[in-house]
Design a protein around this ligand. Sequence first.
Ligand SMILES: [Zn+2]
Length: 222
Amino acid sequence: MESRSFTVSLSKNPVVKMDVIPGHFSTKHYHTTHYLDLSSLKNNVKVARDVAAELALPYLTSKLVDTIVCIEGTEVIGAYLAKELLQEGTSVINAGRDIYVLTPTVNINRKLVFQTNTQELVYNKNIILLVSLMARGVTVNSVLECLAYYGGRVVGISTLFNSLPESHKYGNRTLFKNIEVHSLFTDKDIPGYKISSPSECEACKEGRGLDAIVLEDGYIKI
Ligand SMILES: [Zn+2]
C-alpha cells in the first residue's frame, strides 16, 4: 500500500509537501480514495514554519487578529502563524499587538468548550480558525458553532487540505455566509480524489476490501 505513495508539494515552496497514498480508506464519517499524510506539515518544525508563512499571507496586511484557534493538531503551525502576523513592518497590520493561540477542550458530553479562563480570548475577538483537513465540513462546522456560542468573530479559516465544494455552508448562521477560506492544498491537487458515504463508495460497490482505517493522526492497516 505504501509503495503506491506519491508526494504533492507546493509549487512555490517544495519543502511544503504531503505524502498521499491511493487506495480504499475508511474514516469515522466517510470512505476515501486517498490517505493524506499531513503529519510533516504539522509536526516538523521547519516545515510548519514555512506552512505558517504561506497561510499568513492573506491576513498579513488586512486582517486584525486576536486569537488563532487550532484544532486537529495544528498548534505548532498556529504558533508560527502568530509569529508571522506579528512581524515588524509598516504594512503589517498586527505588528506590536498580542495574538493568542488556543485549542478548545472536549467536555464529558463530547462537546467543544472553552474553559472559563480562556473564554475572554474568544468573546468579541477576531479569530482565525486553523484546521488540518476539511473533507465533509462536519468538524469545522461544529467548531464554528462553538466559536459563535462564545461570541467570537471568525475572520478566516485556514486549512492544510480542503475538498469542500464552493457551495459549502460554513456553520448554520448568516454570520459565516461570506467567510474567507484559505487552503494550502485542495482536492484539485490530487487527481481522482474522492470522498463518499460508505453506501455510495465505488470501491465498496466493486467489492474491494478496505486498505486501512484512517484516524486523526494516522491509519491502521486492515
Ligand atoms: Zn468504500
